[in-house]
Design a protein around this ligand. Structure first.
Ligand code: NAP
Length: 258
């Protein structure tokens, strides 16, 4: 790496967790390629980073479009240099009951969450392997570790991301690249704000030992750690950042007194 400024590319970074991670990596001195489905969203976050004194470009990228991935990664590297850090945060949540789940919904979720993560990791991984250094951070979910109503496509896609992360860790580890997954709990972002009523939030908090909503900044801190030089011996893990939800069991609310 020499003294060159490190470069990160983030997908789905025009909103929520990806945006928070882009801002946090910038605060730690990394040049940022902010990509998102909507060009305006990506460019707005890039402008926010530049306003804070950081280096950033904003580019439209639909991770379900393999041709676009090649073109956008080429452009980001031409503008900022080789990509040292990839954060796969683009994600699609479709909630439909399993028996009525449309095959188009299934394929769309897999195309964005699984194939998008794979193709971006492969593209960035090639450059990282050639330079002998890299960090890949995949945003999975606790939905990839526990079943949830209506999450046959989403939960399965997140479990696949966890499996893919382990494959990346194994095959890229000898080449100087680490790949890790973060499994966020319920985080307050546009994705959940649209879907959760106040009553739902109250039920969620009853199951979360931290007794507060998760915030994009909670996940951004974890991304920054896994992307750091100091995390070089952490490879292939799933880091849950969920306020302790996954640590608890059936008796967590005190409803079962034995
Ligand atoms: P968000 O605020 O909705 O951000 C997701 C971003 O991804 C949006 O900007 C969205 O664009 C973009 N996106 C959707 N499809 C895309 C595509 N095909 N190509 C590129 N970008 C695309 O939601 P978030 O909560 O930050 O989600 C970020 C990641 O965290 C996702 O992978 C999600 O599954 C995961 N996650 C979230 C939670 C949670 O509770 N929030 C929990 C666990 C895991 P549009 O807005 O234009 O659709």
């Amino acid at each position: 790496m020499g003294n060159r400024q490190e470069v990160a590319l983030l997908t789905g970074a025009g909103s929520g967790i990806g945006r928070a991670a882009a801002l946090e990596l910038s605060r730690r001195g990394v040049a940022i390629a902010v990509t998102d489905l909507r060009a305006e969203a990506a460019q707005a976050v890039a402008a926010e980073i530049r306003a804070q004194g950081g280096v950033a470009v904003g580019l439209a990228l639909d991770v379900a479009d393999p041709v676009a991935i090649g073109a956008v990664f080429d452009r980001a590297e031409a503008e900022l240099g080789g990509i040292d850090i990839l954060v796969n945060s683009a994600g699609l949540l479709i909630v439909e009951p399993l028996l009525g789940l449309a095959s188009e919904s299934w394929h769309k979720v897999m195309a964005v969450n699984v194939t998008g993560t794979f193709l971006c990791s492969q593209r960035a991984g090639r450059g990282m392997a050639a330079r002998g250094h890299g960090r890949i951070v995949n945003i999975a979910s606790i939905s990839g570790m526990r079943a949830g109503v209506g999450r046959a496509a989403y939960g399965t896609s997140k479990a696949a991301i966890i499996g893919l992360t382990r494959q990346l860790a194994l095959e890229l580890g000898p080449l100087g690249v680490t790949a890790n997954a973060i499994a966020p709990g319920v985080i307050e972002t546009p994705m959940t704000m649209g879907a959760y009523s106040e009553e739902t939030w109250a039920r969620v908090l009853d199951m979360v030992p931290a007794r507060r909503r998760g915030l994009p900044a909670d996940i951004a801190e974890a991304v920054a750690y896994l992307a750091s030089a100091g995390a070089g011996y952490v490879n292939g893990v799933v880091l849950t950042v969920d306020g302790g939800y996954m640590a608890a069991g059936m008796t967590q609310t005190g409803a079962l007194r034995v």
